[in-house]
Design a protein around this ligand. Structure first.
Ligand SMILES: NC(=O)C1=CN([C@@H]2O[C@H](COP(=O)(O)OP(=O)(O)OC[C@H]3O[C@@H](n4cnc5c(N)ncnc54)[C@H](OP(=O)(O)O)[C@@H]3O)[C@@H](O)[C@H]2O)[C@@H](O)CC1
Ligand SMILES: Nc1ncnc2c1ncn2[C@@H]1O[C@H](COP(=O)(O)OP(=O)(O)O)[C@@H](O)[C@H]1O
Ligand SMILES: [K+]
Length: 549
């Protein structure tokens, strides 16, 4: 799991490293940061030697990092053209210190400094240099960026983007690409053509990942991201933050996907009750059930309204289907027969293709109000429960809600724009009020734990998954994973579900292409993804297959 920090948390980390008991000199931290960029980009650009490089240094500490980078790449054989946007006296002490060193080593061969005043000639020369150089280092703005880009940064960014798009210029961003908000991923100039952000090929970020590097549109600007600890004391790197957020990694999921016990039976692997569907959306119910089957469920029961049952029975022999009641959709009276049998289920999933009839709302509430097993709520179950915060928050059972943006907007009462402005804050506030584990689906999907309020960001998945039915598969997957033999905690099950779902989507994109793979194919790819992860885990000797050859 990788910590995802805000700019304020980074400032605090920085401050503690320098001024607390650790006493690291500010210039040393900046030295480490600049050196890290020179080192890490070296491989990416196939060596600095013989390259012409433009290093653009802003007037904050991001610019100070740029001075250090220029010194290191010059020593590695590059010719560094350093553009300085601030006045010498404006810089922090540590930046001034590194600038003095650079001034002392300035020559025509390896290091040339320009104090950029924005004259016509300077713009012309900058354009020519950018056109003829191979690499540009963006040390203009990092975590201190706010608002929209101002001049001259805005035009320099425009120039770099234009030349990089036309030719063979590699753009390396320092900490955060200029014009990306490191907390939200929002970018400068999103509502206009000008003042747009810088598009980097690679970003080297310091101390911890920034949220803006994993949230769109910032993620698009960052390119390949590498994290460097820059010599921060280890306790600071791992210390929990006040409102923690993490990027999920495969190793986190591996903990949930423990191998099956060799003597286990179908009862060990969870009995999944999928209670959903209505007459014109039988497919959604089947897809949710298939997601559960492909995630390793022991038994999957599908309960649909009576008139939907003929479209489901026999479609997939491993799913046990029964029609409930008489109608095309569930009504409150149908709850009795489902409640009779659900005491034996490990988990219930409701919502995909359920329809939004008022009578169905009473049905959903009746199921939720009785019983103890965890419940996964998606799609129409969520639409029906919008406005039912008091009812849901007072339930005495574990609930996972898996809305996409529009469903989350209906539930939370926030507009889509308000959610997108700060999805972390919106998601955390919702979980606090509704007391549920939240899977806010999208690119990327966020999972928020009901127990801790921690946010987990999923790195897997791709735009090929933007297709009807993809979320139905996820519902069944999360239900099945929560009922695994190891009975993972509900938030871990949700995280594993979204990670595997995205990884299966990525496998489909590799095998089939970005267009046209189906939700059922994503579900079918899940066992292969689990197998690969299991193979990469050490399998205890006694669980190795007993095949002698
Ligand atoms: N562990 C760490 O974290 C370490 C961090 N380090 C480095 O420090 C960086 C943070 O430095 P920082 O705080 O000085 O901020 P930075 O990004 O340079 O920008 C501030 C300047 O930008 C300006 N400015 C702002 N918005 C603007 C706009 N829209 N358009 C134009 N200008 C704008 C703003 O001007 P103002 O708006 O205040 O007038 C101010 O002058 C961090 O990203 C990392 O690289 C390492 O050296 C060591 C370890
Ligand atoms: N661009 C994308 N990148 C990554 N994942 C995506 C992308 N678009 C969609 N997905 C994933 O596909 C699923 C779509 O779910 P949803 O919108 O509920 O579909 P449906 O309601 O049709 O079943 C979510 O898990 C979402 O995270
Ligand atoms: K930058």
């Amino acid at each position: 799991m990788q910590k995802l920090n805000t700019a304020a948390q980074m400032r605090q980390m920085d401050y503690t490293a320098m001024h607390g008991k650790y006493g690291i000199q500010p210039a040393v931290l900046m030295e480490n940061a600049g050196h890290a960029v020179a080192e890490r980009a070296d491989e990416y650009i196939h060596g600095w030697a013989g390259k012409d490089v433009v290093v653009v240094c802003g007037k904050g500490n991001n610019g100070g990092d740029g001075f250090v980078i220029a010194r290191h790449i010059a020593a590695a054989g590059a010719r560094a053209y350093v553009y300085i946007l601030g006045q010498a006296e404006e810089y922090s002490d540590e930046s001034q210190q590194h600038l003095s060193t650079l001034q002392a080593m300035e020559d025509d061969e390896s290091c040339l400094l320009t104090y950029f005043g924005g004259t016509e000639r300077e713009w012309r020369v900058l354009r020519q240099r950018l056109q003829s150089c191979q690499v540009v280092v963006d040390a203009m703005l990092g975590t201190g960026f706010h608002g929209n880009l101002r001049e001259p940064v805005s035009s320099i960014v425009g120039l770099i983007n234009e030349i990089a798009a036309a030719g063979a210029l590699t753009v390396i961003a320092v900490d955060v690409p200029t014009g990306v908000n490191s907390d939200t991923g929002a970018v400068s100039g999103s509502d206009e053509e000008e003042n747009g952000p810088l598009f980097a090929d690679m970003t080297v970020t310091f101390g911890a990942l920034k949220r803006g590097l994993v949230l769109y549109p910032g993620r698009t600007c960052a390119g390949h991201v590498e994290l460097d600890a820059i010599g921060m004391p280890a306790p600071l790197l791992v210390q929990p933050e006040e409102k923690p957020a993490y990027l999920l990694q495969e190793s986190d999921i591996a903990e949930v996907l423990v191998p099956r016990s060799p003597d286990s039976h179908k009862g060990s692997h969870g009995t999944i009750g999928i209670v959903t569907g209505c007459s014109d959306m039988a497919g959604a119910a089947l897809m949710a059930a298939h997601g559960a089957v492909r995630s390793g469920a022991g038994k999957v029961f599908l309960r649909v309204p009576a008139q939907t049952a003929p479209y489901c029975i026999g479609r997939q022999p491993e799913i046990m289907v029964r029609g409930v009641g008489q109608g095309e959709y569930f009504t409150e009276a149908d709850a009795v027969s489902v409640l009779d049998e659900c005491a034996a289920w490990s988990v219930i999933a409701m919502g995909p293709g359920m329809g939004r009839h008022e009578e169905t709302k009473a049905f959903v509430k009746a199921i939720l109000a009785h019983g103890e097993c965890p419940v996964v709520l998606d799609a129409d179950a969520l639409n029906l429960l919008a406005g039912e915060k008091d009812f849901v928050s007072s339930l005495d059972r574990q609930v996972i809600m898996t809305p996409h943006l529009a469903e989350f907007s209906r539930l939370s009462g926030l507009s889509v724009a308000e959610i997108q402005e700060d999805p972390f804050a919106a998601a955390v506030q919702f979980v606090k009020e509704w007391r549920v584990t939240l899977v806010l689906k999208g690119a990327p999907t966020l999972v928020v734990s009901a127990k801790t309020g921690n946010v987990y960001v999923n790195p897997t998945g791709n735009a090929g998954m933007a297709c009807g039915g993809m979320g139905d598969i996820l519902t069944g997957m999360i239900a099945a994973i929560s009922a695994r033999e190891s009975r993972p905690d509900i938030c871990s099950a949700a995280c594993a579900g979204v990670y595997l779902h995205g990884a299966a989507g990525d496998a489909c994109r590799r095998q089939i292409g970005s267009y046209g793979f189906t939700p059922m194919e994503v579900a079918d790819a899940v066992p292969g993804v689990i197998r690969r992860m299991e193979e990469e885990m050490a399998v205890p000797l006694l669980q190795a297959p007993m095949i002698l050859d």
